[in-house]
Every structure is written in structure tokens, then in C-alpha cells.
Design a protein around this ligand. Sequence first.
Ligand code: NAD
Length: 347
Amino acid sequence: MKKILITGGAGFIGSHVVRRFVTNYPDYHIYNLDVLTYAGNLENLKDIEDRKNYTFLKGDITDEAYINGIFEEYQFDGVIHLAAESHVDRSITDPLAFAKTNILGTMVLLNAFKTLWQNNWEGKRFYHVSTDEVYGTLGETGLFEETTPYDPNSPYSASKASSDHFVRAYGETYGLPYVITNCSNNYGQNQFPEKLIPLFINNILTGKSLPVYGDGKYTRDWLYVVDHAIAIDLVFHKGENTETYNIGGFNEWQNIDLIKVLCKQMDQKLDRAEGTSEQLITYVKDRPGHDLRYAIDASKINKELGWEPSVTFEEGLSITIDWYLNNKEWLESVTSGNYQKYYEEQY
Ligand code: NAD
């Protein structure tokens, strides 16, 4: 039985990846390592927590002794590394926390993996999950390709860029078998309501304003989280070592247009007059270092591995909104911080 370590599996994207691997690969044992920050929530995995091929490990990727200990104990054949501090706004107020987790934490994992397998790499793989934000910003035209030079602008993207470089450097220097993917903005079930789509769903539900940065013209590519998990599965099994793959939804939106589509769907689902939610839009002061436009060229993963998104944006958004409307307790609990208190008592 292969032993796969997934880090950050209690978070938004990680929980979808863990579910997919536990469910689809009964011959793998999946170890979900997560320290359960405000963004980690084991409720996200309630449906699979009793599976025989699943184990949760509470631990910090920056804790070298602990990480070396679990690599020694479990002898992981593969690592899918998602654990990170992930919110750009938080990185502006506390950049050191991002350097610690995203850079040092990744290095601790790389070291443990290298020490465990030395040069005995047959059947082993280190998969680093990264972001398109490492490429910096685009003008009105163009797309990020795998060869686009790194040019990060926020402490978050700088920390992710740095961790990507370390992964590559371990490949070059020690021959460590790795793959990296750089993905665009994700949305979907279980996303912590500090990110745009769940924040706005929550604010519409609670009648709060919808804060839009600057003129609302910032442009992002959006991908449904389950499609990201499918892509990760594909790259983990079929990707080439030392390669990078961009993952995106072929789905660019200016923030303000996306917000209007979200408002419209919310009005329909809540049976409110069209335009009700839009009235909550307020323009707020821009954040520093804000990148104008991200857009991904995902043709490499499409051509080489046959991946493409399984849903349109409108479909994915509708599924997402329905999930939040049907899981108001989850939303209330994570916004009230109750679940964090619970974990402090549990673990
Ligand atoms: P998230 O913030 O929802 O989850 C991160 C998880 O990592 C949480 O469960 C948290 O408890 C855990 N974690 C944080 N610090 C840890 C530590 N020191 N030790 C162990 N666990 C720790 O993030 P997400 O949005 O699911 O993103 C997951 C990964 O995907 C990140 O590496 C992020 O950079 C990358 N990514 C995210 C997006 C996106 O749109 N959300 C897009 C592209 C790439």
C-alpha cells in the first residue's frame, strides 16, 4: 500500500484533494497533516474521517523534529504539499508568518523527504501546489505561461515563489523528483469566508456591504475547486518529474462583473427582486501592491494530460452558492470562531 502525505488537507483545496484520494484510491493510505489554523477545519472531511485508508495527523510543517519523526515512522512514498498561509491581505499585515510557513515549512518537508529516500527515488514524488500569483501582474493582454518569469508583488506571492524555487533547487541539486502546479483563483465548497466569493455570499446573507477594491476592474481567472482537485490527481499520477503545469479555468472575470453575476444568482436563489444584492456594493480603498490582471494559459496540462474544467463558471458558482445556503451552520461556526475553540479543547 502506498503511503501519501497530504499537507493542509483540512483547508479549502486540501480537503477536496484528500476526499478524492481517499475515495478513489483504496490502495493508498492517505495521511492528512494539518496544524488547524483558522483556515483548517476537520468538519470539511466529516464524510470520510472513518475510512480505513485515512489518518489525520495534527502537526506543524515548520516543526522539524516532528516532521522528521513522522517521515521516519510512516515512510511516505509521496507528498502532496498544500499547507500554507494563503490569504494575500493577511500577508500584508504579517509577512513573517508567511515566510515561516510557506518557505521554511516547505524546506522542512523537502529535507525530510530527501533524508528518508536519499537517492532511492523509484516510485517517489514530491508535489508542490502553488499559485499563478508568483508571475506578478499582466497588462490588458497576454497570459501566464509555464515559462513566464517570476515577478511576485505581495508577501504571499513572494513566499510561494520562494518555495517553488526551493522545490526546483532540490530537484536540480539532489535529484529529488518533483512536480509543481501554479493554479488560478479557486472557489467552491468549504472556502473560508475571507476570500471574495464566500465573503460576499455571507455578506449578502447577513445584509452587510460588499467591499470592492479600487474601481473593481481587477481581473482574475477562476476555477471550481473540484476541478483543481481532479487536475492535482492527474498531475500526481501522470505528470512528468521536474515539470511545471499551469492550471486555470479559461475563465477571466473583472471583479465587478463577477460580483454582479454572484448578486444576480443570490437574488434568484433567495427569491429577492433583481438588484437587491447589488445595492450592497461599496467601493473601498485599494490594497497596496494589488496586481491588475492574472490570466492563465492552461494549454500544457490540457494537451499533455487531457485535463479541462468539468463545469462552466455559472454552474460552479451555482453549486457553490447552494452549498453555502445549505450549510449556514458551517458558515456561522467558522465566522464565530467557535470551531477553533473546539479544536483547542480537542487536540
Ligand atoms: P487554506 O488557507 O484554506 O488552507 C491551508 C491549510 O494549511 C489549512 O488547513 C491550515 O490549517 C494549514 N496550515 C497552515 N499552516 C500550516 C502549518 N504550519 N503546518 C501545517 N498545516 C498548516 O488554503 P487553500 O486556499 O486551500 O490553499 C491551499 C494551497 O493551494 C496553498 O498552498 C495555496 O498557496 C495554494 N493555492 C490556492 C489557491 C486559491 O485560490 N485558494 C490558488 C492556487 C494555489
